[in-house]
Design a protein around this ligand. Sequence first.
Ligand code: WQD
Length: 339
Amino acid sequence: MKKILVTGGLGYIGSHTVVALQETGFEVVVVDNLSNASIDVLVGIESITGKAPQFERLELRDKSAVADFFQSHPDLDGVIHFAASKAVGESVENPLLYYENNIHSLVYLLQNCKEYDVPNLIFSSSCTVYGEPDALPITENAPIKEATSPYGNTKQINEEIIKDTCVASKLQAISLRYFNPIGAHETAHIGELPVGVPQNLVPFITQTAVGLREKLLVFGNDYPTKDGSCIRDYIHVVDLAEAHVVALQRLLDGKNKNSFEVFNVGTGKGSSVLEVITAFEETTGISLFYEITDRRSGDVVSVYADTTQANKTLGWKAKKTMEEALASAWKWEQKIRNQ
Ligand code: WQD
C-alpha cells in the first residue's frame, strides 16, 4: 500500500483529499498545525471512510520538527502539500507572516523530500497566479502576471521553488492551480469551516441563509460582465479532491512528461456572483437578503479555466454541478449550526 503524506490534511480541501486517497486504497499520514483546522475533522474523515488516517500535529515552520517527522516516516511514496496561510486580505496586512509560513514550510518540506528520496509531490496552487487574465478561458501557458497579493506571490514563488528542485533532484511534481472550490462532502461529515467572518462567497451565502449573517454584500455590479458582477469558475471540492488522486497516480505510474507539470483544475465554466445567488435560491428554496455595495479591491473581473490539459492529458474532468455543490454547502452549514 503506497504511503502518502498530506500536509494541512485537516483543512477544507485537504480533508476531502484524504477521504479520496483512503477510498482509492492509499495509506495516509496527515500533519497539520491546527492553526486553521479542528482535530475533530479526523472524526469526520473516519465517519466517511471507516478509518482515521494517522495524524501528527506538526508545525512545518519548525525545521527540526520537520526533520524529526521525516526520520520517523522515511518510507513516503508521495506528499500532497496543502499547508499554507491562504487569506488574500490577511496577506496584504501581514505579508511577512505569509512569506515566512508559505515559503519556509515548503523549503523545509522539500529539503526532507530530497534527504529521504521522496519521489512525488502534488502542490496546492491557485488561479490567483494568473492575476487579471488577458484572454479567457485561461490556459496553463497564460502569462504569470505580477501577483495581486502576497498570498498569490507565495504561490508563484513556491511553484518556481518546486520547479527548480525537480530539475536539481529526482523529485517529480505536479502543481494544481485551483479555481474556486465550493461545497462539501455529501455526507456532511466534512466541509468548509471558515474562521470568523467568511471571506469567500459561498460560505457567506450559507451563513446568511442560516441566519448567522444579516445579509450578503455583493461587492460590485458595475463590472463589464453579463450582469455586472464578477465571474469565477466554481468547482465542487469533491471533484477537486479527485484531481489530486489522479495527479498523484500519474506520477506514481511515471506518466508525467516533465519533472514539473502544471494543470488548471476548474470546471471551465464561468458563473457570476448574481448567478450563484440565484442558483442557491433555486436549489434550496431560500430567498437570500443581499445588498450591492462597492467593489472589493484586488478582485479580478472574470476568471475561469481552460480545462483541456486537465481533461486530455491528466485525464480528469469535473463531474458535479453548481447546484450539487451549493446543496452540499447548505446541508453542511445546517449540520454545523444545529450541532
Ligand atoms: C468570489 C466572488 C467577490 C464574498 C479567493 C482567492 C483564491 C482562492 C479562493 C485560496 C468575487 C464576490 C465574495 C462576499 C462577494 N483562495 N464576493 N461577497 O476572491 O475569487 O478567490 O478565494 O486559494 O486564491 O483569491 O473568491 O469567494 O472571495 O470571491 O460579492 O461576501 O464573490 O467579489 O467576485 P476569490 P471569493
